[in-house]
Design a protein around this ligand. Sequence first.
Ligand SMILES: Cc1cc2nc3c(=O)[nH]c(=O)nc-3n(C[C@H](O)[C@H](O)[C@H](O)COP(=O)(O)OP(=O)(O)OC[C@H]3O[C@@H](n4cnc5c(N)ncnc54)[C@H](O)[C@@H]3O)c2cc1C
Length: 381
Amino acid sequence: MSRIADAIVVGAGIVGAACAEALALDGWRVRVFESARPHGRATAAGMGHVLVLDDSEAQFALTRLGRELWRSRTWQDEVERDDCGTLWIAADDEEFAAARAKARWYAARGVTTELLDEAQLRAAEPELRHGLRGALRIRDDLVVYPPAATVQMLANARAHGAVVEQERPVALVGDGGLELVDGTRHSAALVVVAAGLDTPALLARRPDALRLRAKKGHLLISDRVRRADGRGFVSHQLVELGYLKSAHGGASESVAFNAQPRRTGQVLRGSSRPYDVVDPRIDSAMLAAMIARAIEYLPRIGSLPGLRAWTGLRPSTADNLPFVGPLPEAPRTFVAAGHEGLGITTSLSTARLVADLAADRVPSLDPMPFAPGRALEATHG
Ligand SMILES: Cc1cc2nc3c(=O)[nH]c(=O)nc-3n(C[C@H](O)[C@H](O)[C@H](O)COP(=O)(O)OP(=O)(O)OC[C@H]3O[C@@H](n4cnc5c(N)ncnc54)[C@H](O)[C@@H]3O)c2cc1C
């Protein structure tokens, strides 16, 4: 076994890239092994919405820190950062009551939100249909272009001494070292496995509960359009409040309205979440349902020329929280995987947590809810 680095990161999606960067900045001699090319999997498919979420205290803590870290640094123009904010749209009184409850929940935790009534919502987003009850606006949420952000994180890691090797697939990770598919073996003081859906299969000693399930997503991007007044077709990330029910529920398949303005003038539309479908092909019925749902909210969106549709697989866990931290029986092997539909948002907070734990610093947030050895109900079947 050769010792080529102090810390080895497996996988150069956005999570691996963020970990490599954080460790390199901390002074670790870092080597990254990526089986294909950086950001080619879930990260390339992601929507790039960076947001706070309130599903659980742990998820909130990870998303809030993630969003803070995204906001606190300067990104190159290619990252297409857009501080557009989120509008959680309430279609009726029941959803508006939910928006109100969310506003109170966030206020109690120091997050600023605003409630918009029907008229304020239409003024903010004139393309939305009449009759929507209102919205919760979260101004500090933003949008980025994940592949470019990953490239920038890796460049920063390299600038701090990291070496990134692509087309170097890892076969197996043990405590204190790993073996590549080509038979080469390397040891390191720390190995961080951030290989997305492939993570469990790479671990020589995998806790039983450490399983990942694919949630396939479809996205559709429009051609570039500008309205006569120079604004984009929409100017916030628009999400129906019912989205949360479908996004994190266990339903076998679900479609919800989610539309994102891009700085290019394009509109990116989501989203679908069928479980355990790994066929990357576009399901035209699913795409049609997604388009129909979007038209219910934005009646004229059907007139925007669709440019391209694609799919991606979100790596999901049974409790909707990622696995971040050391394996219980192999403390020098860390896992950073299972970020489902929030891995862009939480890449930087995950990396912060990994770097804190690796350095034995007081962690920036409570690591216990993310511990790879935590007990999970066996909902994955
Ligand atoms: C349709 C869709 C929309 C989304 N929208 C959003 C959003 O708006 N906001 C948000 O926050 N998140 C979003 N996400 C989620 C986000 O994209 C993912 O959570 C995130 O990209 C996961 O990153 P990752 O680095 O863990 O995994 P990946 O990007 O899959 O990276 C894993 C890497 O590991 C490499 N690898 C695998 N096996 C090996 C091996 N044996 N050896 C070496 N390398 C290996 C792979 O090649 C890959 O590059 C979305 C996801 C999808 C699919």
